[in-house]
Design a protein around this ligand. Structure first.
Ligand code: NAP
Length: 324
């Protein structure tokens, strides 16, 4: 792609110090550090900044907020802090492909090519699909991956939540504010979620559990009306009438655009060394997309700091301006 008008067009006129890909907690934190260090940094994000936490109703384990904080507010504060130091954020400009041209990394985006001496990949994860009949057909008509976005549509209804991890249980508890009944459908006989969430869910009067069950099909006419459940121990099939179903069955890394450029693990997460550098010099990974991440906002913030400082050091070394 050639030089173009618009924000990316202006960014194309020079080689930037660092491009951060992804505007969740890891990317925004890297942005705060790089902008404050007066590096010429740009953040590109295919949606509005915030990442997955922006869709989390309440975050209780991020240090410094003893009463908890809304996920949206936390990441919005990070964005304002980064922009306050002068970080340029270019939303709705997805990375399409990344290449190397010697020490310069070339990022092809929808608005044209961007060049930088260092790149921080902080592209996060997306919800995994269950892969059953009805899932695609009823997406947006009773099938959802985001309770914070869609929960209010199910006021006084009955909803199922599939999965037993932290996401499933946290979002199931949130859904009790709207639905008259929330049924967790889980393939085992106990939850994977942390103890405090388990205690709350098991004690909640609106919560019910379908243990050792998997969803075989999501059924309905114009919208979801029920689930076909199968017993994992061979106890047969049954239909469960619901108005909606929220799926929290794990996550997939957003690494399609860098596949074949940086080394990935067997599940598609980005492999890094202890400085968070990938196998490509000058390309770093931070946050949930990094192999070995613990998928916590506080940890993603720490990754953002490490990646930013190491990217800064890499660029200053190239320019001969590093202190050490
Ligand atoms: P997760 O921990 O991977 O849990 C996925 C759940 O889906 C598991 O219970 C799994 O069952 C179930 N599952 C997977 N494939 C399935 C299938 N095909 N059919 C039926 N069930 C299936 O994912 P997550 O809950 O999204 O959490 C991801 C990470 O983010 C975790 O590390 C989590 O701790 C973190 N997180 C933390 C917080 C917090 O700290 N408050 C909040 C949200 C997420 P099994 O249990 O049998 O494997």
């Amino acid at each position: 792609m050639g030089a173009e008008s618009g924000v990316a067009g202006r960014e194309q006129e020079r080689v930037l110090d660092v491009i951060i890909v992804g505007g969740g907690p890891a990317g925004l934190t890297a942005g705060i550090y790089l902008a404050r260090a007066r590096m010429n940094a740009l953040l590109v994000e295919k949606q509005s900044p915030g990442g997955a936490p922006a869709m989390t109703e309440r975050i209780e384990n991020y240090p410094g907020f003893p009463e908890g904080i809304s996920g949206f507010e936390l990441v919005d504060r990070m964005r304002r802090q980064a922009e306050g130091f002068g970080l340029r954020i270019n939303p709705f400009n997805p990375l399409l492909r990344m290449e190397e041209d010697g020490e310069v990394k070339v990022l092809e985006t929808e608005e044209g090519e961007l060049r930088a001496y260092a790149v921080i990949l902080a592209t996060g994860m997306r919800p995994a699909k269950l892969g059953v009949p009805g899932e695609e057909e009823f997406h947006g008509r009773g099938v959802s991956y985001c309770a914070t976005c869609d929960g209010a549509f199910f006021k006084d209804g009955v909803v199922a939540v599939v999965g037993g991890g932290n996401s499933a249980v946290e979002e199931a508890l949130f859904l009790t504010r709207f639905a008259r009944k929330v049924i967790i459908v889980h393939r085992r006989d106990r939850l994977r979620a942390g103890k405090i969430l388990q205690e709350r869910a098991l004690a909640h009067p609106k919560m019910d559990f379908a243990w050792k069950k998997v969803v075989k099909e999501i059924r309905g006419k114009d919208r979801v009306e029920g689930l076909l459940l199968s017993d994992v121990e061979g106890g047969g099939e049954e239909e469960l009438a619901v108005d909606g179903v929220f799926l929290y069955v794990g996550n997939l890394p957003n690494t399609e655009e860098v596949r074949g450029v940086v080394e990935l693990d067997g599940r598609g997460f980005i492999l890094t060394d202890t400085s968070l550098q990938t196998n490509v010099r000058g390309v770093f990974a931070a946050g949930d997309v990094r192999a070995g991440a613990v998928w916590q906002v506080a940890a993603a913030v720490g990754d953002g700091v490490r990646a930013a400082l190491n990217a800064q050091f890499h660029v200053e070394n190239l320019m001969g301006t590093a202190y050490i």
